[in-house]
Design a protein around this ligand. Structure first.
Ligand SMILES: NC(=O)c1ccc[n+]([C@@H]2O[C@H](COP(=O)([O-])OP(=O)(O)OC[C@H]3O[C@@H](n4cnc5c(N)ncnc54)[C@H](O)[C@@H]3O)[C@@H](O)[C@H]2O)c1
Length: 255
């Protein structure tokens, strides 16, 4: 895509958690659509700014440096996250909870807080936070992770309201099961057990998702195509969360 004709041409974007998975896919897609992308991660990687998404000082510095280097900021994809494992409530400690909430919930809060004044100065912008289907109901992650992601879904509603009149939109994405660094162990275990065909079989599309499919949703929310979408959580899960658990006894097939 040549500069000037992309869906994000002329825009400056920050993406956290950009060294892997969804963040990496979004960085590639946004760049392909003409954006100047500053990717950041806690893991050092080529072309990636190092910043801890849950650190107030790091996120403020990342945003200030980006604005200085690129004369402004239009889009923030607060995407970095940790799963914290699947240990039960009874096995988790308060320290486990504090760290998961720090990265997964305080991280998006910091991104919104520090980015908003710069987006406002530009006359508007888009902030996207990665939540999860785990934030909708139980069964898709540990207790702290799920609570943090539910918090993110709520946070974008309050932030959208508190940014009244600024033309800054704040939305969340709730991915289902996506093959990334976070789910690598799960995928590997299924493949090792010869059960790769079972991956994603709880949703009607009967497959796991690809990082690019979440990046595409982020691109929609980042671009002007979603100019009237604000304070929402967009679920991208192959239909997983659209039903209660149910026995599949249907015998209706497409012709
Ligand atoms: N993979 C899934 O099935 C799935 C489902 C729902 C939601 N999500 C969410 O998607 C987001 C992206 O995760 P992913 O699936 O691409 O996994 P991933 O592990 O491939 O990528 C996450 C990235 O975040 C980085 N990171 C972790 N802690 C950080 C911190 N404190 N500061 C900065 N960077 C940090 C990691 O180094 C990694 O590069 C996360 O918020 C995750 O909770 C993933």
């Amino acid at each position: 895509m040549s500069m000037g004709s992309g869906r994000l041409s002329g825009k400056v974007a920050i993406i956290t958690g950009a060294a892997s998975g969804i963040g990496l896919a979004a960085a590639e897609l946004f760049r392909g659509e003409g954006a100047t992308v500053v990717g950041s991660d806690i893991t050092a990687a080529d072309g990636i700014a190092q910043a801890d998404a849950g650190s107030d000082a790091d996120i403020k510095r990342l945003i200030d440096d980006t604005v200085l280097a690129h004369s402004g900021l239009d889009i923030v994809f607060a995407n970095a996250g940790i799963s914290g494992g699947l240990a039960s409530i009874f096995e988790q400690t308060a320290e486990d909870w504090a760290e998961i909430l720090r990265v997964d919930l305080i991280g998006p809060f910091l991104a919104i807080k520090h980015a908003a004044p710069h987006l406002k100065a530009r006359g508007g912008g888009s902030i996207i936070c990665t939540a999860s289907v785990a934030g909708l109901r139980s069964g898709a992650g540990g207790a702290a992770y799920s609570a943090a992601k539910a918090g993110v879904i709520n946070l974008v509603t309050t932030a959208a309201q508190q940014l009244y009149g600024t033309n800054i939109r704040v939305n969340a994405i709730c991915p289902g099961l996506i093959e990334t660094g976070m789910t690598e162990i799960l995928y590997q275990m299924a493949r090792d057990a010869g059960r790769a065909d079972r991956i994603g079989d709880l949703n009607p599309l009967r497959r796991g998702g690809e990082p690019a499919e979440i990046a595409a949703a982020a691109l929609f929310l980042a671009s002007d195509e979603s100019s009237y979408v604000n304070g929402q959580a967009l679920v991208v899960d192959g239909g997983l969360s659209s039903s209660h658990p149910t026995a599949r006894r249907f015998d209706i097939r497409a012709e």
